[in-house]
Design a protein around this ligand. Structure first.
Ligand code: NDP
Length: 353
């Protein structure tokens, strides 16, 4: 069995979900009460691969909401309790979705293996970042040419380049060959280290990189207050919104700027679950985060290890391995055809490109 640990995208949404599930008391409770709420195993379901193999899955809501991010103890407890619940249910491999993998890594939770009487077995968990990085690279390689962007000559900015997903995307695109890589993050030293390990790439501030880029891969969570001057962007410009939450299309409006939800895959047939309804997927029975899909793929393939773990450990070989499994079992990266462009007439623009 595989597992998925997730959370609602806001406190208001979590209350709404509780109401839908008939948990009236939770729906009425305030944020403080939610801080002490235990994780909930919300549903189990079956998934059948294109190869015919069927596996069982479980969705665990950690009862974390982004409003708790600033509360260190609450955030860590939510992730640890959800992991403990997954392990106690004997789940072979569980993906840490949304903010849960970021909390795990940023608060260094690998130091705390003992949760009450449970010793967490790391090989039962994955961040899912290898598959996410592979899917984002597929989206760049497939969608850029559709907009008339020749990747061999294109300038590609990676925002969050020094992160786990960002650094893997940089390595993949470097091997594939793009015109130039622009490396964007806040801290200078990791950028210099990345540039040295790649042997290429230009380090730029966000506001310098954006006007130069034909393709922008966002793999950083962006502050709500961030403003982008759409007029300064190249046209066409492909923007892959790989961060969480996916809020880029609300920030860049204007013809010729195409925003695609990054790291989202579509399965070949409907899955009998409810969980993706709250993730605002366009087709919630088939579409899901690539990190969740990684747990499914590992279960389909019988790879019961912490496939994606730690920071900046993603190898090109593992991206290829998980990518081949992804295609074999019936996933495909969503494209511009199945996502919104920042302008209303994206179909016309695509055809014209
Ligand atoms: P990491 O923490 O490893 O990396 C984050 C990167 O973003 C770092 O390079 C960081 O560098 C940079 N960064 C953070 N804030 C800013 C900012 N304001 N401006 C510029 N750069 C910034 O995270 P991951 O690689 O694990 O994940 C990246 C994103 O992808 C997250 O938002 C995560 O939620 C999302 N994600 C999405 C998935 C999906 O949609 N399927 C699946 C998994 C993750 P620095 O701190 O130096 O700025």
């Amino acid at each position: 069995m595989f597992g998925l640990i997730g959370h609602s995208s806001s406190f208001a949404q979590a209350q709404e979900k509780a109401r839908d599930l008939g948990l009236e008391e939770m729906a009425e409770a305030d944020l403080l009460s939610w801080c002490s709420a235990p994780p909930q195993l919300l549903e189990t379901f079956e998934v059948t691969s294109k190869t015919g193999k069927t596996i069982q899955g479980t969705y665990i809501d950690s009862c974390f909401v982004p409003e708790m991010l600033s509360r260190f103890k609450t955030a860590t407890r939510k992730v640890q309790n959800a992991m403990e619940l997954a392990q106690k249910n004997g789940i072979n491999v569980t993906a840490l979705g949304g903010f849960t993998s970021i909390i795990f890594e940023n608060y260094d939770l690998s130091k705390f293996q003992q949760i009450r009487n449970t010793t967490l077995e790391w090989e039962r968990f994955t961040t899912g970042n290898t598959h996410t990085a592979w899917v984002i690279c597929q989206q760049v390689e497939t969608e850029a040419p559709r907009l008339g962007i020749d990747l061999k000559r294109a300038t590609v900015a990676v925002v969050g380049a020094t992160g786990d997903i960002g650094s893997a995307v940089c390595r993949w695109l470097q091997r594939r060959g793009v015109g130039e890589l622009l490396l964007v993050a806040r801290r200078p030293q990791p950028l210099i280290d990345l540039q040295q390990s790649l042997g290429e790439g230009r380090i730029l501030a966000l506001e310098e990189a954006l006007p130069e880029a034909d393709v922008v891969v966002w793999v950083a969570s962006l502050p709500q207050s961030l403003e982008i001057d759409t007029a300064s962007l190249k046209k066409p410009c492909l923007m892959i919104d790989g961060g969480y939450p996916k809020n880029l299309d609300a920030k860049v409006a204007g013809h010729g700027v195409h925003v695609l939800k990054g790291g989202i895959v579509e399965f070949w047939q409907d899955i009998g679950w409810q969980m993706m309804e709250v993730a605002e997927m366009e087709n919630p029975k088939r579409q899901l985060f690539a990190c969740f899909a990684e747990a499914m793929l590992l279960e389909f393939e019988g790879i019961h290890t912490n496939f994606s773990w730690g920071r900046n450990n993603i190898s090109l070989a593992n991206m290829e391995l998980i990518g081949e499994a992804s295609l074999r079992h019936g996933f495909r990266a969503i494209g511009l055809g199945s996502a919104r462009s920042s302008s209303d007439n994206s179909g016309l623009e695509l055809a014209a490109a």
